[in-house]
Design a protein around this ligand. Structure first.
Ligand code: SAH
Length: 257
């Protein structure tokens, strides 16, 4: 996966490119991130990238010429990126959107600044993307959010494939709670079931917790997800306030082995 980023603040991406999973993926050649400074494509000697808004009004806009010139420059090198622009009114970025983008070979993200970009730039844009209903000072944090989420889905970027499967939203539900050592800290204990060694029971408990957490925090997700018969039974039990232990005893699906 190759990312191009058009920005007037390329330094914004240094920490991102040099940290953790992303840095490793770049070193291993699984992804690449090329930040392109729009100032390098400015046409005057002051390297101007912004200008006032026609018709009046506050603030400045990113000028069209540097963006078109930078775009032509990568197209002329034979690249055919899928083009995104960060916009607060764009399509809402989510895990599904990230999955679709992870299928692309090359993605260009144009980062807006000031009041935004000259509307004519939209001619080269495939999709406008928003990371949520709030206003950022620029598209750079949004571009990082998008590249991070998409990169995780590029094969080989996350070392342990199973960890993607247990991520929240990966199967439409939120993730289950996790614990690490010590088994007891200042009287706070790790749930007994996780120490039982009974994997069937642990998987059932985790599914129960996913359903419980989703019901409590994001009930809207339950309408969209495909639930099994067992899921629906558990969900009903959760809604009735039945405890997991009691549910297991009643339902006799798990024989302690
Ligand atoms: N005046 C604009 C906001 C400009 S914010 C308005 O009222 O809608 C400056 C730039 O930050 C935008 O051009 C966009 O590229 C980026 N940006 C701001 N909020 C964003 C969000 N929620 N998602 C993605 N990009 C955002």
């Amino acid at each position: 996966m190759k990312f191009f980023v058009f920005t007037i603040f390329p330094q914004f991406f240094e920490g991102f490119k040099n940290t953790g999973i992303i840095s490793k993926a770049i070193k291993e050649g699984k992804i690449s991130i090329e930040t392109i400074n729009l100032r390098d494509f400015a046409e005057d000697k002051h390297k101007t990238v912004d200008d006032v808004v026609y018709g009046g009004g506050p603030g400045m806009l990113l000028k069209p010429e540097p963006i078109f010139k930078a775009y032509k420059n990568i197209i002329n090198k034979g690249h055919k990126p899928y083009v995104l622009i960060t916009e607060p009114w764009g399509k809402k970025f989510d895990q599904q959107f990230a999955k679709q983008l992870s299928q692309k070979e090359e993605i260009l993200i144009i980062c807006g600044r000031y009041e935004g970009v000259d509307e004519r730039v939209k001619e080269i844009v495939d999709e406008e993307v928003s990371i949520g209903d709030f206003i950022l000072s620029g598209g750079e944090p949004a571009a990082i959010v998008i590249m991070d989420a998409v990169s995780r889905l590029v094969p080989g970027v996350v070392g342990d494939k199973d960890s993607l499967k247990v991520d929240s939203f990966s199967d439409g539900l939120l993730g289950y709670p996790n614990y690490t050592r010590p088994a007891e800290y200042e009287g706070k204990k790790v749930p007994q079931v996780l120490l039982s060694g009974n994997h069937k029971l642990i998987n059932l408990w985790r599914r129960w917790k996913q359903l419980e957490r989703t019901l409590e925090k994001r009930p809207d997700l339950l309408k969209k997800v495909n639930l099994s018969k067992e899921d629906l039974k558990m969900l009903e039990a959760i809604k009735q306030g039945i405890e997991f232990d009691r549910y297991v005893k009643q339902s006799s699906i798990i024989k302690n082995n």
